[in-house]
Design a protein around this ligand. Sequence first.
Ligand SMILES: O=C1CC[C@@H](CCC(=O)N2CCC(COc3ccc(F)cc3Cl)CC2)N1
Length: 304
Amino acid sequence: MMPEGSAPAVSPQGVLYAELTHYINADGQHIFSRYWKPSGSPRALMFIVHGAGEHCCRYDDLAQILTALNFVVFSHDHVGHGQSEGERMTVPDFHIFVRDVIQHLDLMKKQYPGLPLFMCGHSMGGAIAILTADERPDDFSGLILISPLVLPNPQSATSFKVFAAKMLNYVLPNLSLGSIDPNFVSRNKKEVEAYTSDPLVYHGGMKVSFGVQLLNATSRVEKALPHFKVPLLLFHGTLDKLCDIRGSHVMMDTIQSEEKTLKVYEGAFHALHKELPEVTSNVFQEIEGWLQQRLGGTGSSNMV
Ligand SMILES: O=C1CC[C@@H](CCC(=O)N2CCC(COc3ccc(F)cc3Cl)CC2)N1
């Protein structure tokens, strides 16, 4: 029986959370979560961290690649995204995204004690992954970042615009800064169409208050890089208009990791895991090879 006066919790799409895999975060919000299990016995854990406006079900292809390597893959929709609760693309403090990821990681480490733990973050999810690794420096065997948010795009964050956004945040926090141009996401028209027509993707404008939280994230990332020491596999496209590739070069030059690789894709746009087939297939191959190496890989196919 439901307690008096409380309606059953439903997702933003009207689905009962009792029917959805989810966990409850520290603010009592239902966080929709996804799990992809390997057929063989689990070798390692991978947490996938999605980007701004999108959701974790867009990572099904990547998850399949990883379960084939006997990874247990898991992810969730950040507050204000996809099938999780919270006002769309709104967060009082960027750290809430990191806090919820840490809560989920702890849940999974209890379920699969002793397995090596990896994280793969895309865009804003890359910033969340870096800040999570900064808070839990000894938890991760490796980090994979696909066009991470490290530096704000120079056009959208000139010093004047940053100042204006911070001032505006006090008077018009909900003013829209405009929405992500779907054509900047990928050169692959099918993927642009999939993004544009996906009901779980938020297509509204980016609020000033959210932009300010993203700026907070980039300055927190900048402070974290000098003591970042996790093995890193980094991907960036040279024509990425949403997250400046300079951020990945700054990351490579600043971190302490002994093992660090940056793969640059000439002419590629932002979502490299959803780019033209030759780019995306290469990204997935690189990820497989790198993970096999990290895990002391059994004879990988490209052994020479
Ligand atoms: O597959 C997919 C679909 C969506 C995409 C991921 C999108 C994502 O996460 N972005 C891209 C936009 C970027 C804007 O940045 C800012 C804006 C205003 C501001 F004031 C300060 C900043 Cl820094 C933040 C990171 N990938």
